[in-house]
Design a protein around this ligand. Structure first.
Ligand code: NAP
Length: 272
């Protein structure tokens, strides 16, 4: 059971990410009665989940409540309009958690005032409970607040704390955007299989299951990725032939260096 002694958990935005977190919180024993969800138009399944859990649904911020945790899960472009009316929810015991890409804590505090605040970057596998989240806490966050927020973020997978807020841009570039790189890997493998003579749909099924299965093996195995790679690479065999191309000086590493650096640069440009 998660205790929210410092006040209610107020979730702003019950869309893809907010909804995934909310359902994880309820499954892990966060009492529905201590959750307030503010979203003008939650989906039907989300409306049912909120009602069944005994949580409160509001379309606007209440004026008579101080939040223990104010959890921001709205689109970044909505922050400017959504944050100012939330200021009455902030008290000395409140910690604000934002998962909005590119929105700095200074930017958030410019609307809500100085507060204990955490910036977190989850990724989309959170929707199946298999995400990973990078998080940064400002100096005002107490140890109990940090521990409580970590428990809440962990419902969608492991939480990795970073030392500076700027590190969140690198987290965004690596794990925040990372699922898209893996999906594209599936597309590239399928297309290469098609060019080797397989029907396109069969190549796609094989590529998809290979990446999903390799991901699951990586998840379940205690071995490093490099060990798992070596385990399937016989000297002089087929895997070694492919890896000699992928691991060449102009292979995958320089490509990933460039891609992730480009994502980080874009995250820095978008940060406001
Ligand atoms: N998806 C990702 O991969 C990912 C990864 C890391 C971080 N994030 C961050 O997570 C945040 C949410 O992303 P998402 O994909 O979950 O977006 P989303 O599905 O659009 O969810 C946002 C929710 O907020 C609702 N909303 C709109 N106006 C509101 C208001 N005034 N007050 C309260 N709620 C309001 C939206 O309702 P309507 O649909 O009716 O507008 C929607 O239900 C974003 O800031 C994003 O940067 C996302």
């Amino acid at each position: 059971m998660v205790s929210l002694a410092s006040g209610p958990l107020v979730l702003i935005g019950a869309g893809n990410m907010g909804g995934a977190l909310l359902s994880g919180w309820l499954k892990r024993g966060v009492p529905g009665a201590s959750i307030i969800v503010i979203d003008p138009r939650p989906s039907d399944p989300m409306t049912s989940l909120i009602a069944e859990a005994g949580a409160t649904h509001l379309t606007e911020a209440p004026q008579d409540t101080i939040a223990g945790i104010l959890f921001l899960a709205i689109k970044p472009q909505l922050m400017e309009a959504v944050l100012p009316p939330l200021k009455p929810l902030i008290g000395s015991q409140t910690v604000v958690v934002s998962i909005a890409a590119g929105k700095t804590l200074a930017g958030i505090e410019s609307y809500l005032g100085q507060t204990a605040a955490i910036r977190a970057m989850p990724n989309t596998p959170a929707m199946v409970g298999r995400g990973v989240t990078g998080a940064y806490a400002n100096e005002a966050v107490s140890e109990p607040q940090r521990a409580l927020v970590e428990t809440l973020l962990k419902v969608s997978g492991p939480v990795e704390w970073v030392a500076t807020e700027a590190d969140i841009d690198a987290v965004t570039a690596l794990s925040g955007s990372g699922p898209a790189y893996v999906f594209y890997l599936v597309e590239c493998m399928a297309e290469a299989g098609r060019k080797c003579g397989l029907p396109a749909d069969l190549a796609m099924r094989l590529a998809r299951e290979t990446v999903a299965g390799a991901g699951e093996l990586l998840h379940q195995s205690p071995d490093e990725a490099s060990r798992l790679r070596k385990n399937v690479t016989s000297p002089g065999g087929t895997t070694a032939a492919a890896l000699s191309v992928l691991m060449d000086d102009d292979g995958m590493q320089p490509l990933f260096d460039k891609a992730i650096a480009a994502a980080k640069k874009r995250a820095e440009e978008l940060a406001v």
